[in-house]
Design a protein around this ligand. Sequence first.
Ligand code: ZN
Length: 400
Amino acid sequence: MPTEKAFYDKPGARELDACVLRIEARDEGKVALALDSTIFYPDGGGQPCDTGTIAGLPVRSVIERGGEVLHLLDSGVAELGAAGIMPGATVRCVVDLARRTDHAEQHTAQHLLSSILLRTMGATTLSFHLGERYSSIDIDVPPFDRDDAYAVEDEVLRVIGDDYRVITHLCPPGDASRFPLRKEPSVEEGVLRVVEIDGIEYSACCGTHVASTRAIGSFRITRVEKYKAGCRVQYVAGGRAFGDYRRLAAIVRDTAATAGVPEDDLPGSVAAYRDRIKLAERALETARDAVASSSAAALDASSPAGAIVFADAADFDSASRLGRALAKRGRVVVVACRADLKAVICAPAPVAPGASPVDEVFGPLVARHGGKGGGGKAFFQAAFTDESSLDLFVAAARFA
Ligand SMILES: [Zn+2]
C-alpha cells in the first residue's frame, strides 16, 4: 500500500506520529517498517534518504518500493516489543532535520546550477550526486576554466540573493507540456511533481527543497573535471559551503605556518620547494653513485681476481648501486643487505660467452634457502624471511 509522503506537505516538520502497517524481516536479523505516513525522504533522484528515529530506535536507511516507503531499522524483532512497535501501533517518528536541511540546500542549489549552465553554456545535466562532502552534476559539455566557473557561481549567488520562491506543482502527467521543463520527465506515479524556481527554472523532481533560494545562503564550484564525453561539476552549497571554506582556510593557514611564509606566498614557496627537492634528489643520486663507485674500486682491488666478490650494504638501494658498480668493473658480486633481508647478485652485462647467467646459478640457491627472487641474466635480487636464511644463502653462494 502506498505510503503518504508527509515530508512534501510538512518539509520543516521534525516529528510525526504514524501508524505501523507492516513489519518486514530484513538481512542480519534487522527489520523494516511500513507506516501509513512518513516524514522520512527515501533514497532517490540522487538525494540520499533522511535518517532519525522511530519510537526511539535509529532508522538506518529509507527506501521506496512501488510507492511504499520502507524504514530500515538497526534493530531486530526483539527490540520492537520494548519500543511498542507492532502492526496497528502509533509510533513517534523523528527526522534528523539538520541532515534534511543540508540535503534540501544541496538539491535546490543543483536546480539553480543546472538551469544556469543550460542557459549560459547550453549544457544539459545528465546526472546528479549528493555526496558526503561535495555534490556534483555531470553535464554534456567539455570542462570550462576558472573564470567561467566564477561567472556561473556569481549567477547562482545572484539568484540566491534575489530570494526566488520555490514552488511545487502537483498535476496529472499529461500536464507536463504546461511547463518549460529542463528535462523530459519520467513519471512513475500518477502525479507529476514539478518544482519551479519562480519563473526561471522548472524541473520534474521528487527531492526535498528549501522554501526560497535565499535559504541556500552560499554556493561555490569546487572542481570542474573531464568526465566521459563531458565534464563533472563539483560544488558545495548552504551551511556546508562555509564549513568547507573554514576547512580549506585552516589547511592554508597551517601549511603557511609549516613553510614559514605568509599565506599569499604559498604558491611560489611550494614551487620553490619542489625545485629545491628535485635538485637535492639529483645531488643525492650523484653522491650515492660516487660512494658506490669508490667502494667498488676498493673491493675490486682487495678481492682475488676472477673470484666472486662478497659485500654488505646498509640498504637495498646501496646494495644495488654497489652491485652494478662492481659488475661494470667486470666482477660477479653478491651484496647482502641485512637490514632489508635482501641480497643482490650482479654480473657484467651482457653475459660473456661461456659465463653462466646469475639467475640460473643463484635462483635455485635462493629458493633452496627459503628466499624469493627474480631478475635476469646479469641482475638478480632475492628476499629472505629471516637473517639466518640470508646468511646461509651467502655462505652457500661462496661455493657457487
Ligand atoms: Zn529537486
